[in-house]
Design a protein around this ligand. Sequence first.
Ligand SMILES: O=C(CO)[C@H](O)[C@H](O)COP(=O)(O)O
Ligand SMILES: [Fe+2]
Length: 225
Amino acid sequence: MAEPAHLQISPSILAADFAHLARELQAIETADWAHVDVMDAHFVPNLTLGQPVVEALAKVSPVPLDCHLMIDDPDRWAPDYAEAGASSVTFHVEAVADPVGTARAIRAAGARSAMALKPGTPFGPYVDLLPELDMVLVMTVEPGFGGQSFMEDQLAKVREVRAAVRRRGGEIWVQVDGGVAQDTIGRCAEAGADVFVAGSAVYGAENVAAAIADLRRAAADPSEV
Ligand SMILES: O=C(CO)[C@H](O)[C@H](O)COP(=O)(O)O
Ligand SMILES: [Fe+2]
């Protein structure tokens, strides 16, 4: 079984109450990150929020912001999200023109750089980008909406990314996003993921703090659930 160095929970505020985001961020103070889904109605058929909102959230969030950019032309916009206060900025490889330049610009702006892969995008062609990255996001649903079913077939890609990271050395996190919940998180951890995005499984729970603790437990010891 894969043994990632640390297991981190990044609740997605896509499933939070958008009318009370400051309060919703306080509710996840025991998490490691707050996952912020930025959608532009072009790269994905949904529209959420942009830099001004990220800047406002960064000022009140008790945990660092993990910005997942589902937008066209991340080359132009990604560094601005780091400057707005995001501690991690993820661009989609399907949308980026210059992944090396964009990853370097994110780092230069003070954030961790990450690359996301849609379910239909193979990892193989991008393995040489690893030295430019702090994290690889393997999408376990089609990006665009929360509340979708976990795509089991993406676990093979998680294993492939984890194996490549091991081979090359260096500390690069492997994130999964989409349908991650109590019944799926263990298999993600076993495959080698170490950062877990969960929207509905956290904000849909009656007790948000308990949901985060349960996810942490299930990720650390899949045999318990
Ligand atoms: O990037 C996303 C969708 O594109 C969201 O982060 C993701 O779907 C989280 O929601 P859930 O845990 O409810 O599936
Ligand atoms: Fe996301």
